[in-house]
Design a binder for this molecule. Structure first.
Ligand SMILES: [Zn+2]
Ligand SMILES: [Zn+2]
Length: 265
């Protein structure tokens, strides 16, 4: 049960305008130019940032008289709309009636409750996004000059991209002849920083390192497996993940399954 707390107050002007209190702006992570939506549910009105109508139910909240498996109320966050892994998370969280299999970066949905056309619509959208994720473009995030004492100021676009703040740790990583900057990485729980397990590439980390934030984030781990391994077949039934593979031992798969299932929802 979540506790109700007043985070701020605002007075309505003669032309019905209010200034959004800074605590509310912070909570919703909004800036000027963002859109907010007022939503009524269970007799309460709440505010959400940047929502758009769901592409599956067109804002109705249900399809063929069943609860929409993508959104909860006909609306989805803009940032979820173009993120395959967040959409996947929505299905896992919202619907017990859909089983998911993922092989070779391709998702397939199975359900006796939803018609094929709805499942295909979702599959197409997610598979397209998974493809696009694979073709990453190079983008310059800023330049920096090295001072006499070998210090650099981190460009603001870079800080934003890495989501780093003062006090965070960053690592410089060499891979494929390139040097990468990553925030807050820790040794991978599966391969212990080796980058491989059973003489094969580690299916969780790619290079032995994991973002600190993702170690206990089931969806991030799931995302890594989809991105890094073609050799693992994923089944999600009733929010429980089961992995199958012809190349990794059951012991390895079990370790990943446990981490996923403890942290998925
Ligand atoms: Zn929907
Ligand atoms: Zn690893």
């Amino acid at each position: 049960m979540s506790k109700k707390i007043i985070i701020a107050k605002a007075r309505i002007s003669k032309v019905y305008q209010i200034g959004l209190p800074s605590d509310v702006r912070e909570e919703l992570k909004i800036e000027s130019g963002d859109n907010i939506t007022f939503i009524k549910e269970d007799g309460m009105i709440y505010v959400e940032k940047n929502t758009i109508e769901c592409f599956v139910c067109d804002g109705v909240g249900e399809v063929y008289k069943k609860k929409c498996p993508i959104c909860e109320d006909g609306l989805i966050l803009k940032q979820d709309y173009n993120d395959a892994h967040r959409l996947l998370g929505k299905i896992i969280a919202n619907s017990d009636d859909i089983n998911i299999t993922i092989s070779n970066k391709k998702i397939r949905l199975h359900s006796e409750e939803y018609v094929r056309s709805i499942l295909s619509l979702i599959e197409d959208k997610i598979n397209k996004l998974l493809q696009e994720n694979n073709q990453s473009a190079k983008k310059i995030l800023g330049k920096a000059k090295i001072s006499k004492v070998n210090q650099i100021g981190l460009p603001s676009d870079l800080r934003e991209e890495l989501n780093i703040k003062t006090g965070d740790d960053i690592n410089f990583i060499k891979k494929d002849g390139m040097i990468y900057v990553e925030k807050n990485t820790v040794l991978c729980f599966l391969c212990n920083g080796e980058g491989e397990i059973e003489k094969r590439p580690c299916p969780v980390c790619d290079d032995g390192l994991l973002l600190k934030d993702s170690v206990n984030n089931g969806r991030m781990i799931l995302k890594n497996i989809i991105n890094y391994s073609n050799d693992i077949h994923i089944t999600i039934i009733n929010k429980k993940v089961k992995l199958k593979s012809a190349v990794y031992t059951r012991e390895t798969l079990k370790k990943i399954e446990k981490r996923l299932n403890d942290n998925l929802i």
